[in-house]
Design a protein around this ligand. Structure first.
Ligand SMILES: Cc1cc2nc3c(=O)[nH]c(=O)nc-3n(C[C@H](O)[C@H](O)[C@H](O)COP(=O)(O)OP(=O)(O)OC[C@H]3O[C@@H](n4cnc5c(N)ncnc54)[C@H](O)[C@@H]3O)c2cc1C
Length: 472
C-alpha cells in the first residue's frame, strides 16, 4: 500500500452505504481521510444546522466503529483542502456532487485548482434518483409539468441504478500534525444556538443518523406504506414517512428508498413523491435563482403588502386560524410540518396576507430541519401560483374548510394549539363562530375580505380569469 491518502469530502451525504465517493476511496486501496468542512458560505439555516451537528456526530460514531473518524474543519473549503493536502501528502480528493449553483461553482473552482496542482479529483452522483440533467424532454429541454416529468422518467429511466453497499473495510490515515481549521473531535462545532437554546423540541422529535434513517424507513414500510395514498393528507394520522430530513442530509438516498419500496409492488403515490424531489432539483438546475425569482415573470408586478406585524403573527402561529397556527407551531417546535399543512400555511401567507412568497420561503429555510434548496422554493412557487407547474393563483385555499376536511376531529389542532383543546370537533376549526377562547387571537383577517383583496391584487396584473373557479 502506498501512503498518499485519499480525502473523502462529506457534504450532504452523511452515510456509509450507497456512497459512491466512499466506495471509490475503498477501491483505491489507500488510506483515507474522512473530512467535513464547515464553510460559512455553504451552511444551512438554523434548524438544519442543529441537524448537521448531529449528522456529523453520528457519522463520526459510525466511522469510529470501523477504526477511523470524521475530521471536522472550519473555513473556506478550498483553503482547508489545500492545508490538508500540504500536511498529509494526499494525492486524491473524492466527493459526491452538489447540484445548487453555489455548490457547483465552488466545486468547479476547487476541482480546477486541485488539478493544476496534480491532485486527482473524482466526483459522483449524489442522493437523487437521477442527476438533475438526466430527465429531459424529447427536444432535450426542461420539463415544466410534473406529470410529464414523471412519464418521461418512467419511460426513459424506468428504475434508478441499484444502491451500492457500504464499504466492508476501510483503512484510515492519521494526521501527524495539527492542520489549521481542524476542530476538536466531538467538540463544539459552533452550529448550535446557545442563548436561548431552542432545540429542545428538535431533540425530542428526531434522532439523526444513517441507522435511524433505515429504522424509520423499515417502520414506514411495515406500518405506513400500505395506507400511505389514502392517509397521507391527514396531519393527525402521522401517515407519511418523515424521511425528508434524512434525505436532506443524505443518511439515506432516494435510490435506496425507491428500491426498497418498489420491492413491495409499485407503490406509485409514494414513489411519485420521491420523483417530485427530483423534479425540484431538475428545475433548480435549469433555474438556479428559483428561490428569488418568480418563474412566471408577470408576478413581478404583483402588489405584495409590506406587513411585518402580519408576518410575525404568521411565524408565531397567532393568526387566529387554528390549522394555520397549529402548523406554524409544529414547525417552530419540531423543525418539520406536515405537507398538507405546509400548503395551507403557504397559501395563507401569500393570499390571505398578500405577503411575498419569498418571505415565507426564507422563514422555512431557517426553521425546517429538512430545508432543501430545491424543494422549498419549488413548493413555495407552487403554492403562490408563481411557479411553472403551480396551483393557479386564483385558487385560494379556505383554511377552515381545509381544517374540516383534513383534521375533522381536530386532533392535530388540539395537539399544537392547546388553548383550543376543549372545543368541540365542530367548533375547533373556526372558534370565533362560537366563542373565542381566552388567550387565543381573533382572526387576523376575515376570509371573505382577504380572498377578495387577493383576487383584486391579482387583477391589477391584468388577469381576468373567472373567479368562480377559485376554491372557497
Ligand atoms: C411550502 C412548502 C415548502 C416545502 N419545503 C420543503 C423542503 O424544504 N424540503 C423538503 O424536503 N420538502 C419540502 N416540501 C415538500 C413536502 O412538504 C415534504 O417533503 C414532506 O412534507 C416531507 O414529509 P415526509 O418525509 O413524511 O414525506 P412523504 O410523504 O413520506 O414523501 C417521501 C419523500 O418524498 C419527497 N417529497 C414529498 N413531497 C414532496 C414535494 N411536494 N416536493 C418535493 N419532495 C417531496 C420528500 O423527500 C419526502 O421525504 C415543502 C412543501 C411545501 C408545500
Amino acid at each position: 500500500m502506498t501512503y498518499a491518502p485519499t480525502i473523502v469530502w462529506f457534504r450532504n451525504d452523511f452515510r456509509l452505504a450507497d456512497n459512491r465517493a466512499l466506495l471509490e476511496a475503498e477501491k483505491r486501496q489507500k488510506p483515507i481521510l474522512c473530512v467535513v468542512i464547515l464553510d460559512e458560505a455553504h451552511l444551512p439555516g438554523a434548524a438544519a444546522r442543529w441537524w448537521l451537528d448531529r449528522a456529523i456526530r453520528s457519522l463520526d460514531g459510525d466511522l469510529r466503529k470501523m477504526g477511523g473518524s470524521l475530521h471536522v474543519f472550519r473555513g473556506p473549503a478550498g483553503q482547508v483542502l489545500a492545508e490538508i493536502i500540504r500536511r498529509t501528502g494526499a494525492d486524491t480528493v473524492v466527493w459526491n456532487r452538489r447540484y445548487d449553483l453555489q455548490g457547483r461553482e465552488t466545486d468547479t473552482a476547487i476541482k480546477a485548482g486541485l488539478r493544476t496542482q496534480g491532485i486527482a479529483v473524482h466526483s459522483f452522483p449524489s442522493g437523487l434518483l437521477h442527476e438533475p440533467w438526466c430527465i429531459r424532454t424529447r427536444a432535450g429541454g426542461q420539463y415544466k409539468i410534473f406529470t410529464a416529468f414523471w412519464r418521461g422518467m418512467r419511460e426513459t429511466h424506468p428504475t434508478s441504478f441499484p444502491p451500492a453497499p457500504a464499504p466492508e473495510k476501510l483503512a484510515f490515515a492519521p494526521f501527524t500534525s495539527q492542520p489549521a481549521g481542524l476542530l476538536p473531535p466531538q467538540g463544539d462545532y459552533g452550529l448550535l444556538p446557545t442563548r436561548p437554546d431552542w432545540t429542545g423540541g428538535l431533540q425530542e422529535m428526531w434522532m439523526p443518523g444513517e441507522g435511524n434513517a433505515h429504522n424509520r424507513f423499515a417502520h414506514f414500510m411495515r406500518d405506513g406504506l400500505g395506507t400511505y395514498a389514502a392517509t397521507r393528507d391527514f396531519p393527525a394520522k402521522n401517515a407519511s414517512s418523515r424521511l425528508s430530513p434524512f434525505l436532506r442530509f443524505g443518511h439515506v438516498t432516494a435510490t435506496q428508498i425507491w428500491h426498497g419500496a418498489a420491492a413491495q409492488g409499485f407503490p406509485e403515490r409514494f414513489l411519485m413523491e420521491l420523483a417530485w424531489r427530483d423534479f425540484a432539483w431538475s428545475l433548480l438546475f435549469s433555474t438556479p435563482d428559483m428561490a428569488t425569482r418568480n418563474l412566471r415573470p408577470e408576478f413581478d408586478a404583483m402588489p405584495w403588502r409590506d406587513d411585518p406585524a402580519g408576518l410575525a403573527r404568521w411565524q408565531q402561529g397567532q393568526t387566529g386560524y387554528p390549522l394555520v397556527d397549529a402548523g406554524m407551531r409544529e414547525l417552530w417546535r419540531t423543525g418539520w410540518m406536515h405537507n398538507r399543512v405546509r400548503m395551507v400555511v403557504a397559501s395563507f401567507l401569500v393570499k390571505h396576507l398578500l405577503i411575498d412568497w419569498r418571505q415565507g420561503e426564507q422563514w422555512f429555510a431557517d426553521t425546517l430541519v429538512d430545508h432543501d434548496p430545491a424543494s422549498n422554493p419549488m413548493n413555495w412557487q407552487w403554492s403562490a401560483g408563481t411557479g411553472v407547474d403551480a396551483a393557479p393563483y386564483f385558487r385560494i385555499m379556505n383554511p377552515v374548510l381545509q381544517s374540516r376536511k383534513f383534521d375533522p376531529g381536530g386532533a392535530y389542532i388540539r395537539r399544537w394549539v392547546p388553548e383550543l383543546a376543549h372545543l368541540s370537533d365542530e367548533a375547533i376549526h373556526a372558534p370565533w363562530e362560537s366563542e373565542t377562547p381566552r388567550g387565543y387571537p381573533a382572526p387576523i383577517v376575515d376570509h371573505r375580505l382577504a380572498r377578495e383583496r387577493a383576487l383584486n391584487a391579482w387583477k391589477t396584473m391584468g388577469n381576468t380569469a373567472a373567479y368562480g373557479k377559485g376554491m372557497s
